[in-house]
Design a protein around this ligand. Structure first.
Ligand SMILES: Nc1ncnc2c1ncn2[C@@H]1O[C@H](COP(=O)(O)OP(=O)(O)O)[C@@H](O)[C@H]1O
Ligand SMILES: [Mg+2]
Length: 275
């Protein structure tokens, strides 16, 4: 990969391992409640970074601030050299930073393939209905976009379901469709908030394999997940939040034996898991 001058080409692909997302001193408040306090961390190009911590630690709030769905009280969020703070979610997505939304992004009545086409059209700046109706002006683009949609469906393993309506998908596959729609926005940084919650072990295994394929495409991943087998299996680095503050940042093996992480989060979960 060519090393690019990020000062002149902030949106261009950077070298693997270079800082991609740089969050500095991020604080988030809801009225008098501080959800996130002075959070500083980086996500490097090409890595899978997991954000873990107990319920209410501030993980989703951090996701929402990074993707522009809530405003931070203070701090800075920079992606590939571009400040994201104050931008709207669609502007942030245009920088390549995209999150999945449970269900809200899926059109239940449309076939799986068309759901992905709608997502691609938001990117291609054409009216979604134009492609679905096959209007003349978009015929040439249609072939290209259909190819891209099939490519994404194959990646997530839904190519066999392309012509079924989204509403007919079982739970695990519906979650895969949400990822497919997010991928249609062509993210370079994909944020996933508890993607395998509610999945059975075989669906979770399939999702872990999918994460591997997404990452093999060069997409950087920021993951929030409670499934520690998955977190420890897929992450290059893990950041642990507790009561809005980062208490640990390191490789999975170090996080697993970090006394503060065990006390605040893992210990409790392991005890619960053992019954
Ligand atoms: N929209 C909101 N309004 C008020 N308080 C909120 C809102 N969203 C989250 N919170 C509070 O912020 C804290 C962090 O929540 P959240 O970011 O959802 O944590 P996590 O995702 O780690 O479980 C919690 O105390 C939660 O109740
Ligand atoms: Mg959450």
């Amino acid at each position: 990969m060519t090393a690019l001058d990020t000062s002149t080409a902030p949106a261009a692909a950077a070298a693997p391992g270079a800082p991609a997302l740089v969050v500095t001193g991020l604080s988030i408040r809801f009225g008098g409640l501080t959800a996130v306090e002075d959070m500083t961390f980086e996500v490097n190009e090409g890595e899978v970074l997991s954000l873990i911590g107990p319920n209410g630690a501030g993980k989703t709030s951090a996701f929402n601030a990074i993707t522009g769905y809530i405003q931070a009280a203070s701090g800075s969020i920079v992606y590939r050299g571009a400040p994201l703070l104050g931008l709207k979610p669609n502007q942030i997505a245009a920088h390549g930073v995209v999150r999945t939304f449970q269900k809200t992004s899926v059109f239940n009545g449309l076939p799986v393939l068309d759901n992905v086409l709608v997502g691609l059209h938001l990117r291609a700046r054409q009216h979604p209905l134009a492609i679905i109706l096959g209007l003349p002006g978009v015929k040439r683009d249609e072939a290209r976009l259909r190819e891209a949609a099939w490519d994404i469906l194959t990646l997530v393993g839904l190519d066999g379901r392309a012509h079924e309506t989204a509403a007919s998908l079982p739970y695990g596959e519906l979650r895969l469709l949400e990822v497919a729609i997010a991928l249609a926005a062509e993210p370079t940084l994909l944020l996933l908030d508890e993607p395998v919650s509610g999945m059975n072990p075989s669906e979770t295994g399939a999702f872990m394999a999918l994460l591997g394929r997404i990452r093999a495409r060069g997409v950087t991943v920021l993951l929030v997940e409670h499934d520690m087998k998955m977190v420890m299996g897929v992450s290059d680095r893990v950041v642990c939040l507790n009561q809005g503050r980062i208490i640990a940042d390191g490789p999975p093996a170090a996080i697993q034996r970090d006394p503060q992480v065990i006390r605040a989060y893992l210990g409790e979960r392991y005890v619960r898991a053992r019954g």
